[in-house]
Design a protein around this ligand. Structure first.
Ligand code: DAH
Length: 355
């Protein structure tokens, strides 16, 4: 009867070893030790061959029962260990949702974008709509159709960057024709595109970047932002132009500001004027900011020249109009008393955060 006794002992030892296995690998070692090829139960079962046939049935039953019990215990212990491991992982990887997150600094709009939007909003409120042009333009739209033929001296002030598609080293392109492509020097070309495509009444605003071969200094930038305005309708007069731009200046700078119109020359308008707004620092008395004049120049304007209407097929006997162009960087500097246009582009956060 020692074999039966052995089975019982083995069974209870195995069950307690299973109960004590502290991890999945340890449990696997226990299993191998019992049920593996060289395991204790395997060896015992092998020994059954030598048992007397009349004892075999009882022993076999006990051995099978022991094996079933051991396998059941293994299974239960395994799922218990799995659950514990999962709990441990949950605990280790738990997110503390009560911790304050890392905040990313929130950016803000650049002054140039803000002022552009402000200008657009002011004109939108009186019925203008925004049209966008392209930053590359042909010589024709940038100059010729704006009454500035190739030999016109006013082109010199707006020398720019030409986009040359093909250069022959031996003979670089010297003749620039109407189809030459350039970085636009002004947004005025948008006027021509709009008038080619639409019939009056036209009330548009065209903001965008422009380029000139200028060296940056406190009052010049080789690349800046302009807003072009154009009105074409029946019976438009210089009085409409003055009223509109005076309204704009008061909206932009304050009701107390005055405007004045100085005669000027632009090829595409006749008559033309430059508009000054009274200095916001001295109120018109004269100070360093306005160079003692009491006035600050803010834009160019004029009545659309009949020659420009001629290029786009609008009858100047039936329609008249006015146009204006202003520099956003300049307006931003005037509004916030910034002494140097370049500060807007330097990206110095100490400067930019002030707005
Ligand atoms: N395009 C001019 C410039 O860049 C600004 C300007 C002046 C635009 C008069 C106009 C205008 O439409 O009528 O200097």
């Amino acid at each position: 009867m020692t074999l039966l006794h052995n089975i019982k002992t083995l069974r209870s030892e195995a069950l307690s070893a299973i109960e004590q296995a502290g991890s999945a690998p340890a449990l696997e070692q226990v299993r191998i030790g019992i049920l593996g090829k060289k395991g204790t139960l395997t060896a015992l079962l092998r020994g059954m061959g030598a048992v007397q046939p009349e004892e075999r049935a009882a022993l076999g039953a006990a051995a099978n029962e022991a094996r079933d019990a051991i396998e059941a215990a293994l299974k239960e212990r395994r799922s218990c260990l799995d659950a514990e491991a999962l709990d441990e992982r949950f605990a280790a990887e738990a997110l503390d949702v009560t911790l304050p997150g890392r905040t990313r600094p929130l950016g803000s709009r650049h002054l140039i974008s803000r002022i552009t939007d402000e200008v657009v909003e002011i004109f939108r409120s009186i019925g203008y709509r925004v049209v966008e042009g392209t930053e590359v333009e042909t010589d024709y739209y940038n100059f010729v159709a704006l009454n500035t033929p190739a030999d016109h001296p006013s082109r010199r002030m707006q020398d720019t960057f030409y986009v040359v598609e093909h250069t022959d080293e031996a003979s670089p392109p010297t003749v620039r024709g109407e189809s030459s492509v350039l970085l636009r020097t002004q947004t005025s070309g948008v006027q021509v595109h709009v008038m080619e495509q639409e019939q009056p009444p036209i009330y548009i605003l065209a903001p965008g970047r422009v380029y000139r071969r200028d060296v940056a200094d406190p009052s010049h930038l080789p690349q800046f932002t302009q807003v072009e305005g154009l009105v074409v309708d029946k019976g438009i007069t210089f009085g409409d132009l003055k009223g509109t731009l005076d309204f704009f200046c008061k909206q932009m700078f304050g009701e107390e500001r005055k405007t004045r119109f100085r005669p000027h020359f632009f090829p595409f308008t006749e008559p033309s004027a430059e508009v000054d707004v009274s200095c916001g620092i001295c109120g018109g008395e004269g100070c360093r900011f306005c160079k003692g004049t009491g006035w600050l120049e803010i834009l160019g304007c004029g009545m659309v020249d009949p020659n420009v209407f001629g290029h786009v097929g609008i009858d100047p006997e039936e329609y008249s109009g006015f146009a204006f162009g202003l520099g956003i960087e300049r307006i931003a500097c005037l509004k916030f008393n910034v002494p140097d246009l370049r500060m807007l582009l330097e990206g110095d956060m100490r400067f930019l955060r002030q707005f």
